[in-house]
Each structure stands twice: as structure tokens, then as C-alpha cells.
Design a protein around this ligand. Structure first.
Ligand code: UDX
Length: 450
């Protein structure tokens, strides 16, 4: 099929590359001409395992600006950003602009199919349909028609290609059965695994048979928000119990295993720690709460999910204060800047809130991350943090070392040697990634979460 993808960001580019790999002819459009130039050279503006390898393959994948819009595409995907507004609502300016441009540039084409991949509030697919129809009517296209579908993505950063090639489900919402059938056809190679996913991707631990779920646009749009809210709630749930476990002397890892083996609950997203971050959970919960507010409907579970998550950040500081008594003037080393491993993304990263709180309390903060430092410096130039090239530098003369991201590299550091160069041997493991016994043997006061 001929596919156009509007937006060469994280979701757009990953989707474009995967669709081209599965045999479709894909053209990806972005308004950022610099970005397009770099993509044509094979340079990617974010860190994602496998994406460079995939783009360097022989694929029918091209990049261009709006002037290269192909009016003959079978499907036009919108994958532009929907950043949060100050009231939590999603800013739909880029979506509306894309709809307007599609309507304008597809003049005289009898029928177009538009698919929304961006995460958008319920009702946006209808809005996009009406913008495009109006633009086409205004340009005198009386017979022109447009159908829309919502096709949300469920990609995890750092595992985006794995999740694209081995999805648990593909959700498609549309009032047009013809468009649903086209999307079923588009995704057939992934749904039936008739084309083997790229060899450089990890294999799933057990066979995954993806489901194809077809529904209305409103339900598809809500599925995305409900999925992210549920995952965030699951993490906040285990974090809330982690706090209680600390009072009771129970071990949250054992508790998580004990409940996760109940098939009705499942073991994933029960890792206690400094809380969730990233570009989706916080933003999508904010949008959902803003939507509910419009109907004067309270979503107590979602509000509590956010409150518990904020408390996880504060709890780390409380643990520090309890141990050090005085934070003013203390040297604090931090390992992990990104919101999770295998990404340089720092959006809503626990590191941001925690380093700001530490600075407010008068601490000197040094931090290390294997990939996220330059991105963090670019996005948050004012953050009062000294960045280090090596984890050991962050630990030097430190009164405490905090682990905020569970990068694999931090698993195998020589902690005994690190303890020697610290001023006080206090290790707060915000991701429960290290072995507490071994750390205590290395002379640390070791404190995890729960
Ligand atoms: C998430 C969803 O998983 C994905 O389906 C959606 O499309 C976008 O949002 P992502 O933000 O990339 O993906 O990261 P994810 O791997 O889900 O982790 C989110 C946050 O939760 C991270 O900060 C992670 O450290 C944290 N987390 C995750 C926990 O604290 N505990 C867990 O058990 C799992």
C-alpha cells in the first residue's frame, strides 16, 4: 500500500520504518526541514535501539516537507505531537494544522483515508474529519469524501520497534468498515508474522499472537488513555504498598511476586521505585482528568495515582534527610538522568524533580547518565547540576549516592571501590536494582524502596 505519515517524530518515524519493512511504500512528511535533511542521511534525532539499523536497510521509505505530499496515498497517518497545555488538556494545534494541510493538498482527490496515530482526546477523529471536509468543500470539492480512523500506538520508548513488530493488539476505531478492512490488510504482515521481524530485535520470551480490535473512533481513542492510566495506576499501587511495607518490615519485591503470579493481576508494572515518568503517563492522565472535568466527573483513582507518584520522589528526599540529618552543603551523586533505561528522554524523569528538591535544600548535585546528559542539558539548561562522564565521578566525595534509573551498566559497577571514594557510604537505590546484602557487605548503608 502507499502510505503517507505526517510527523517524523518518535511515533511517526518508528511506524514509518516498520511499515516500510513490512512491504509498504512509505513517505514521511515533517515541517522541520533540518530534520528531514538529517533523516535522509540516516541520522536520527532520538536514541532508540534498532532504529538506525532499520533505516539503513533497503526500504521503500522517503522523507520530505509538505510540498512533497502525495495525493495518491491509500492511507494518510497523522503522527504529530499533542503537547500538554497548562490545564492538562492536549494541545491539538499540530493535529488541526495537519488536518487543514491534508484537506488543502488533497483537493480534487475523490476520497481520502486519514488515520490518527497521535494520542488525542476522545472526539478528535471526528474533529479532524470535519476540518478536512470543510477545507475540501471550501475549495469547491463538492463530491470529495474523507473517512477517518483512530489507531493508537502502545510503544514503550527503548522497546518501540519490538513493540511494533510484536504487539499484543492492534486497535482500530472507525465508523467506516472499509477503512477498518484496509488497516487490517496494512497490518497483516505483523498480525500473521508472515514477514519475520528484523533479526537484530530481541525475540519475545513466549509466542505473541496479536489481536486485531476494531471498534468506534471514540472507544479506540479512550482505549489509549485507559491503557496508560491503568499501567500508571498499577505502578502507583505497588509504590503505595512499598511505603507500607517499609513500616511493617515486609519486602515489596516478594509482595509484588506474590500478587503478580495471580493470573488475574499479572507480574508486569509492579516494580516499586521512584515512580513513573516519561512523555505519556503524566500527560495522558492530565488529559483524561481535564476531559472528565468538562463533564464535572471526578476520577478519584487517577488523581490518587498522580499523588502517589509525586510522593515517591519526595520519599527519596525524606530517606536522605533521615540519614544525613542535614542536606545543606551535602554532596549528592545521582546515577540515572533519563526517565528509564535505553532512552535519552528526560520528560517527567524523577531526576528532574529530585535534583530540584535537593538544590532547594542546599545540596550540591553531581549526576551521571550513559546517554541522556546532553539531551537534559539542552532541555533544562538551568538545572543546577554538575554532570559527570563516569559514574565514579558522581560518587567522588559524595555523602550519598542515589540510583534513579536502572541502567544495566550500574549493575556491574565496583561498588566496594566506589564506597572508598565517597565521604559517607550511603546508597539509596530508587529502582531496587542492586543486591542489598552485597551492598551491605561492601560497607554501605543501603536503602531501597519498600
Ligand atoms: C508507556 C506505555 O508503556 C506505552 O504503552 C505507551 O504507548 C507510552 O507510555 P513509556 O513511557 O515509553 O511507555 O515507558 P514504560 O516502559 O511504560 O515506563 C513508564 C515509566 O514507568 C518509567 O518511568 C518506568 O521506570 C516506570 N515503571 C515501569 C515503574 O516504575 N515500574 C514498573 O514496574 C514499570
Amino acid at each position: 500500500m502507499k502510505v503517507t505519515i505526517i510527523g517524523a517524530g518518535y511515533v511517526g518515524l518508528t511506524t514509518a520504518a516498520a511499515m516500510a519493512y513490512t512491504g509498504h511504500e512509505v513517505h514521511c512528511i515533517d515541517k522541520d526541514t533540518e530534520l528531514i535533511k538529517e533523516l535522509r542521511k540516516g541520522n536520527v534525532h532520538f536514541h532508540e535501539p534498532g532504529i538506525i539499523e532499520l533505516l539503513s536497510m533497503e526500504l521503500s521509505l522517503s522523507f520530505g516537507d509538505w510540498e512533497t505530499f502525495d495525493r495518491g496515498s491509500d492511507l494518510i497517518f497523522i503522527a504529530v505531537g499533542t503537547p500538554p497545555k497548562s490545564n492538562g488538556d492536549a494541545d491539538l494545534a499540530y493535529i488541526e494544522l495537519a488536518a487543514y494541510e491534508i484537506g488543502r493538498r488533497a483537493a480534487n482527490v475523490a476520497h481520502i483515508n486519514v488515520v490518527i496515530k497521535s494520542t488525542v482526546p476522545v472526539g478528535t477523529a471526528q474533529k479532524v474529519q470535519s476540518i478536512i471536509s470543510q477545507v475540501r468543500l471550501k475549495s469547491g470539492d463538492m463530491d470529495a469524501s474523507v473517512t477517518v480512523a483512530s489507531n493508537p500506538e502502545f510503544l514503550r520508548e527503548g522497546a518501540a520497534l519490538f513493540d511494533t513488530f510484536y504487539p499484543g493488539r492492534i486497535v482500530v476505531g472507525s465508523e467506516s468498515s472499509g477503512l477498518i478492512d484496509m488497516l487490517d490488510k496494512l497490518y497483516k504482515p505483523i498480525l500473521t508474522q508472515t514477514i519475520s521481524p528484523p533479526a537484530f530485535l530481541p525475540r519475545p520470551k513466549k509466542t505473541i499472537t496479536p489481536a486485531f480490535i476494531s471498534t468506534t473512533t471514540a472507544s479506540a481513542e479512550l482505549i489509549k488513555y485507559a491503557s496508560n492510566a491503568f499501567l500508571a495506576m498499577k505502578i502507583s499501587f505497588i509504590n503505595e504498598f512499598a511505603g507500607l511495607a517499609e513500616f511493617l518490615g515486609a519486602d515489596i519485591e516478594d509482595v509484588a511476586m506474590g500478587i503478580g503470579l495471580d493470573r488475574r493481576i499479572g507480574p508486569e508494572y509492579l516494580q516499586a521505585g521512584v515512580g513513573w515518568g516519561g512523555s505519556c503517563f503524566g500527560k495522558d492522565i492530565g488529559t483524561t482528568l481535564a476531559t472528565a472535568k468538562k463533564y464535572d466527573y471526578n476520577m478519584h483513582l487517577l488523581e490518587a495515582t498522580v499523588m502517589v507518584n509525586n510522593r515517591q520522589r519526595e520519599a527519596i528526599i525524606e530517606k536522605l534527610v533521615r540519614q544525613l540529618k542535614e542536606i545543606r552543603g551535602a554532596n549528592i551523586g545521582i546515577l540515572g538522568v533519563s526517565f528509564k533505561p535505553e532512552t535519552d528522554d528526560v520528560r517527567d524523569a524523577p531526576f528532574l524533580a529530585i535534583s530540584r528538591m535537593l538544590h532547594k535544600l542546599g545540596a550540591n548535585v553531581k549526576a551521571h547518565d550513559p546517554v541522556a546528559v546532553s539531551n537534559c542539558m539542552r532541555k533544562h539548561p538551568q538545572l543546577p547540576v554538575t554532570y559527570c562522564n563516569e559514574p565514579e565521578e558522581a560518587a567522588e566525595n559524595a555523602d550519598a549516592l542515589l540510583i534513579l534509573t536502572e541502567w544495566e551498566q550500574y549493575q556491574t559497577l565496583n561498588y566496594a571501590a566506589i564506597g572508598q571514594i565517597m565521604r559517607q557510604k550511603l546508597l539509596i537505590d530508587g529502582r531496587n536494582m542492586l543486591n542489598s546484602e552485597q551492598m551491605r557487605q561492601a560497607g554501605f548503608i543501603y536503602i531501597g524502596v519498600g
